[in-house]
Write a protein that binds this ligand. Structure first.
Ligand code: PMP
Length: 427
């Protein structure tokens, strides 16, 4: 079938996909951009214009767009007619990916469940934790401004009216401010029904919020003391984005359960993993009777997605992308901090770790159009109108940088470029 024109796409989106999403894209000006291709650090539009990607698909493009090694690996897989469905026969590809993940993961984070989305991995995470801790401790502690996915189970620990709608959710969970160890201690001490705590190691949708290493170290001690299972959501900050493979490694501690997705599929495919400590996993699913309770979905561990993920991990290490994330991230942060010091009335704060950086403006709707005035004046005419709303793409003649704000705090621009990002891109 022939690809659709932009005009067709706008109409079809409204009629058949999601009128709300089209409205949102119009605010961003994204509905006027037709991306034809993507390569490395760039999207390329219908006019051959390159758009430097500092958005990175919400942090799902660690190895960049269309890495040639991933294309070659996938092509070979297809040409050899390899098998896909891991739920029918034991899959060598799923086994190999699980072995790789267990080797990369610290401590005894050894047992791996494969799925397709971050939400699915997080569902698997709260399920393994719930079974391991037992029925007498059904409550989960989660953080203010958390985002763990949009499926119904994890929606109950996702702190956002944006996504919660009026769905009927589990309401016995306990919300604490992110990074507040006293609030967590109080909750653990006062409520023996609490069995699990779920936290993003770096909050993404909430505005790129980090907590210091001491917070995670104290959390580990508190969880051990109270027998609470700590689930670290690394869907966005994992796979090298923070400058370590897992962001929790900066604190030198190991959670009981963790989850990866996004960049795990190399930006080419949907791949997600829940990884649990052996002891926790065995408590939950150690008996053969639980086989079906724990079995993956139809496409969990599908062959081509597994080989893509394995090759993406190889690239991450062969190209030193984790180290590069730390180096370029520190450079980007220092350049932005200098801007912040120069323009404190416009930029409120710059923060983050590795190539997961938040640039918080004092007042996005008021100040950003001012900041951008010189840029706006040389913008592509067709795009000018869309800038009155929230800015998503700054298209400057034939050069552009794609950025986006965080879901819950629109004063914050998230910078999550591919980890192949060089100093020249930062500049
Ligand atoms: N957890 C975190 C921290 C995320 O950022 C996201 C996605 N933005 C998810 C879970 C859900 O992942 P997915 O969209 O693949 O379901």
């Amino acid at each position: 079938a022939k690809a659709m024109s932009l005009a067709d796409m706008n109409g079809l989106f409204k009629d058949h996909i999601n009128p709300g999403q089209l409205h949102f894209m119009k605010l961003l000006g994204f509905n006027k951009i037709k991306v034809e291709r993507a390569e490395g650090m760039y999207y390329i539009d219908q006019n051959g214009r390159k758009i430097l990607d500092f958005f990175g698909g919400f942090g799902s493009l660690a190895v960049g767009h269309n890495h040639p090694r991933l294309i070659a690996e996938r092509k070979a897989f297809q040409e050899e007619g390899r098998h896909e469905i891991a739920i029918a026969f034991m899959s060598q590809y799923a086994a190999a990916l699980a072995k790789n993940l267990a080797a990369i993961s610290p401590g005894d984070l050894d047992m791996v469940f494969l799925g397709s989305t971050g939400s699915e991995a997080m569902e698997a995470a709260i399920k393994v934790a719930e079974r391991a801790v037992g029925p007498k401790r059904p409550k989960i502690v989660y953080a203010e401004n958390s985002f763990h996915g949009k499926t119904k189970g994890v929606l109950s620990i996702t702190d956002s009216p944006l996504y919660r709608g009026e769905f009927r959710l589990v309401d016995r969970n306990v919300r604490v401010p992110f990074g507040d160890i006293d609030a967590i201690r109080n909750a653990f001490e006062s409520d023996p029904e609490i069995g699990v705590i779920v936290l993003e190691t770096i909050q993404g949708g909430g505005g790129i919020i980090t907590a210091p290493p001491e917070f995670w170290q104290e959390l580990r001690l508190l969880c051990d003391k109270h027998g609470v299972i700590w689930v670290a959501d690394e869907v966005q900050c994992g796979v090298g984005r923070s400058g370590r493979f897992y962001a929790f490694e900066h604190a030198g501690v190991v959670p009981d359960v963790t989850a990866l997705a996004k960049s795990l599929g190399g930006g080419k495919t949907a791949m997600a993993a829940m990884i649990a400590r052996r002891e926790i996993y065995m408590k939950a699913y150690g008996s053969p009777k639980t086989a079906m309770i724990h079995a993956q979905a139809t496409f969990g561990g599908i062959g081509e997605a597994c080989i893509t993920a394995i090759e993406a991990l190889n690239i991450l290490y062969d190209e030193n992308l984790i180290e590069n994330s730390a180096v370029q991230g520190a450079y980007l942060l220092s350049r932005l901090q200098a801007l912040q010091a120069k323009y404190p009335k416009i930029i409120k704060e710059v923060r983050g770790q590795g190539l997961m950086i938040g640039l918080e403006f004092q007042d996005f709707s008021q100040t950003l159009p001012l900041v951008l005035r010189p840029v706006v004046s040389v913008l592509d005419d067709k795009l000018k109108g869309s800038l009155s709303g929230f800015i998503g793409a700054l298209l400057l003649r034939d050069y552009a940088t794609l950025v986006a704000f965080t879901e819950y705090n629109r004063n914050v621009i998230r910078l999550e470029p591919p980890l192949i990002c060089g100093r020249e891109h930062v500049d």
